[in-house]
Design a protein around this ligand. Structure first.
Ligand code: ADP
Ligand code: UDP
Length: 243
């Protein structure tokens, strides 16, 4: 872990549904504070789940370090505390990239297909990051014409997202889990596309390979209980040190 003791938290920049973002004494860096707040249905339902901020912060740091080692440029600079990470300040692109290896969630509702159907090759989708509009699905042409991202940026985001899928599908498979789907957000740092936000069980679907037990935020969305316990099980299976 790189020590960044000289960077101080200053003012609050943004309070999102799950994280609070702070400016720091370094204009190029931000601190992400992972809170225990857990939301579903575009923030219509919010609950506090003890330990979730800590688990997601450490989980996210572990995953981003693994992605960095695999050659994917990420925001991550240093783990600062149980629930805070120092990151590069990105100019965020308001487009969410979603890859699916198995049908679930909104895809099942939209196309009436069966949950769990394997998708070969994996699908790649874009959504506009806009809670008021319920994050509508968009295509590349919308993103370019409305100026949300350039064609070149979208091409890079797609290639990086598919590469993340290869790296993480293998990692979860080795730990006895299926990476069903996930969402990534990218931003621009000094002219380059960099992976931002977070990768945690809040933003992906993970099923036990043998039983297909849900180990992600669907436990919260569907009222299945044992939400943070499932996140901790995922972390423990991957070898993330939590305490
Ligand atoms: P939301 O905005 O969806 O409620 P969060 O509670 O996770 O989500 O808030 C985190 C916010 O910080 C998001 O809007 C995200 O786009 C933004 N963000 C994440 N990483 C970075 C970064 N490295 N630089 C700038 N903004 C970031
Ligand atoms: N996702 C997310 N944030 C969003 C929308 C989706 O992290 O605002 C994640 C979600 O957890 C899942 C994947 O992206 O792993 C695909 O989500 P889907 O389109 O199925 O939507 P959902 O039914 O989860 O809202």
């Amino acid at each position: 872990m790189v020590q960044q003791a000289t960077v101080q938290k200053t003012t609050e920049l943004y309070r999102g549904k799950a994280k609070t973002v702070y400016h720091t004494s370094d204009a190029d860096k931000l601190i992400l504070h992972f809170r225990n707040d857990t939301s579903a249905f575009d923030g219509e339902r919010i609950e506090q789940l003890a330990r979730k901020g800590m688990v997601n912060n450490k989980f996210n740091f572990f995953i981003m370090q693994a992605l960095e080692q695999a050659g994917i440029p990420t925001q991550v600079e240093a783990l600062l505390s149980d629930d805070e990470v120092l990151v590069k300040k990105l100019d965020m692109i308001p487009v969410e990239c979603v890859v699916r290896n198995f049908a679930a969630g909104s895809l099942v509702k939209r196309l009436g297909v069966e949950e769990g159907q394997a998708l070969t090759p994996p699908t790649f989708e874009l959504f506009l990051k806009n809670d008021a509009l319920h994050d509508p699905m968009i295509n590349e042409s919308h993103a370019v014409s409305f100026g949300w991202a350039s064609s070149e940026q979208l091409q890079q985001m797609k290639a990086l997202t598919l590469r993340v899928n290869e790296v993480l599908s293998a990692m979860f498979d080795d730990a006895g889990m299926l990476l069903v789907d996930f969402k990534l957000e990218f931003g621009v740092f000094q002219g380059n596309i960099v992976l931002g936000d977070e990768f945690s069980p809040d933003g992906c679907r993970l099923w036990d390979k043998a039983t297909r037990k849900k180990l992600d935020k669907d436990r919260f969305r569907q009222g299945l209980g044992g939400v943070v316990e499932a996140y901790e099980e995922v972390a423990q299976r991957l070898g993330v040190i939590l305490d």
